[in-house]
Write a protein that binds this ligand. Sequence first.
Ligand code: RAM
Length: 895
Amino acid sequence: MTPYGLRTEQRHEPLGMGESRPRLSWRLESERRGAAQSAYRITAAEREADLDDPARLVWDSGRCEGGDGIGVPWNGQPLRSATRYHWRVEVWDETGAPAGQAQTWFETGLTHREDWAAVWVGRDPLAEPPVDPPGADSGPFGLPPLYLRRAFRLPHRPVRARLYATARGVYEPRLNGARVGDLELAPGWTEYHHRLQYQAYDVTDHLREGSNVLAAIVADGWWRGHVGFDGGRPARHYGDEPAFLAQLVIDYPDGSRQVVATDADWRERPGAIRSADLLMGQYVDAREHVAGWDAPGGGDGFRPVAVLDSDPGPLVAEPDDPIRVTRDVAPADIRQKAPGRFVVDFGQNLVGRVRLAVRGAEAGRRIVLRHAEMLADGELYVDNLRRAAATDVYVAGGGDSEVFEPRFTFHGFRYVEIANHPGVLSTSDVTARVLHNDTPWTGHFECSDAMVNQLHSNITWGQRGNFLAVPTDCPQRDERLGWLADAQIFAPTASRNADVSAFFARWMKDVLEGQDAGGAFRDVAPLISMYREAAPAWGDAGVIIPWHLWRAYGDRRVLERCFDAMLAWVRHIRRHNPDLLWRHRTGNSYGDWLQVDVTTPRDVLSTAYFARSTELAARAAEVLGRSTEVGELRALHDAIRAAFIGAYVREDGTVEGGTQTAYLLALGFGLVPDELVPAAVGHLAADIEKRDHRLTTGFVGVALLCPVLADHGRADLAYALLHQDRYPSWGYSIRHGATTIWERWDGWTEHAGFQSPAMNSFNHYSLGSVGDWLYGRVAGIDQTPGSVAYRELLLRPLPGGRLTWARAEQHTVRGRVACGWSLADGRITVTVTVPPGSTALLEIPTTDPDSVREGGAPVAGRPGVLGVEASAAGVTLRLASGQYTVSADFTFQET
Ligand code: RAM
């Protein structure tokens, strides 16, 4: 057994860590059945070599009994600023024998206020605005980005150098003429009034003895540019002036240190980027490029900066994986529409930007790139982008060969139109570069049906495109906000695909900061454009997501930090709704947003969510040992449930409103008396059957659709909906070429064409919440209701529909979990992996326990098999950790 995948504060080797007591985690792997960790020891030192010298350790946990490697808080010497720490974990196995060890490192950032010497610098607001030189093309959107530089000298080469930097805007740091690091759109987007993230870069190899230049470009970004839908109002959500703050910390071999920080000695000028805006696009005039502006010897045309603020403000270390370019996509097709005008199809709706190589363009030629998700009659369909211009312009500099790649904007697109191009465009000239927070991809799902695989692919692309700075609703139009319902509905799916623990924990701070004094969350975080109290199912994200992070990742700290806010939300709803039916203070009450053909009563939906949040808050209180609140919340939950049943559930099992979503909420959230459950399921099934196996659910109901049906013995209907390709269905969009999840079931239909451009995104992940069920039931990876972080797996393959096999894997915080099944010759074969320290309940759908075999032998008594029992699902095996391949006579049953 060996530990692997070591992480500090949920990240691999973070540079510039900000937590004073970071949590250390590791995964385990073993070939042996029943392998488990019985104890561990952590040692840490500032130098790697010192890990072997007990006198020089900064922490030695000693041998600690325990089976988990999840989030062990630092308990060594207080961490110093800007210091690297190496740590090692040794583990003992279930027999008490020493097993493997592994090590990693993390580095702290500038963790104390007094570590910061830097001040905010930018354009002098009193200086004359920069004047375009004669003939230069000026950008359409706002002021030109800042080009900043500072020359300095080093007596000799350093042993170590770190750059800590951030911006009011978005920035790219540069040293001696080269870009530093590979981060994009830093510092990302947070509730800037409360927290502005700084990034840390290892720049040791960028520096040299003698003259050096630290430089940066700063564009408007979220700070000052367009984001959200602000009508005609000026953007400038956070401030009028973009600004930069940086501190370069240089260490020499003799232990001395030199600091170069932003101060009044910096210089500023406009450059080739004439304007840049996240929604509008980037405008570059290459004729304005000054070679060497960011290197020693450059500096022409620069003028002094102004110190805009001497207080660094609420700086925090970036706690999660930054935005990066994670892949390049080549064109699938290029169509020439007219001389110099091309439409490029990347074959995939994606989010990022285009890199274009241009040869032979004369100076001043203005090449225009427009982006779109869809085509109409072979031309770009851009109506649904609303006010987002999504247009990049490159004014050629006149070199033989030039490359244009905008850096301070992003677009949601499958197609790009390139106009006024000087010649023939070949596939190697143009590349789509995919941008998002680089959360480690941890999941894989696959099955025998191509359409279901395409659905999974569409879901994963929706995640890639919309996990950009914050979990956004959509990446293309003038919106791109962190809508809470979208995030909570999709979080279970997202956490299957990727390790989104740090990403969501960070965004939860924005959610909490948006909560008002009365306890109401808001619809979006960070808080712009939408200031009302949150709607039902929107505000509830403030409860649901922390709870989910605890369940999926064992993140207790996020639960601790969010608990008071969760409680305040529940109490806020109760305070304004004494009869416990949530009818008052429902904000914009969106109901089952974008449902089709039906209307789920808003109070049924809101009261169901009130019950759900209260129940989860009660469970959180139990985990945290908040016993007074456990009592309060349990009693409240019982009372809400009784009120819901009294008001909305009738004796024949019908639920008020009678819609699929009404039944799904009532059944899914446990709001139907046990004896009425079969009748309620019958009504739900009848509605689906009456509609010829079609759904009516919107954002809220859809997440429960397949799970509730399958959990109540109607897997047949869940599969019928999964395979459905007539409108409305997931399959309908796929049959019409969707490569991402659409915002609306009717985003485009044969009968009506495009939906209203007022609200019609083709990359919205909410209706992709079925991804959780693909992993959880279709392939079969889940955990028991009381399990945390996959400690007790519930492996429940669910053959059905037209599938002959399915499989999934997830790299959980404990280690690799896998489950797959296939049918052949009347037998089902199930292959599973249970990581060390976990156990599993594996349900085999067979009515014949004696037919369950491994390697030809009866399964009972095989190593690692702790029990075999007949169950409602067929046969349930209790398994210790290990890999198993089990087969049985497949007798499909409908329970
Ligand atoms: C739309 C957003 C989002 C949704 C809200 C209610 O504008 O795109 O998806 O949550 O409205």
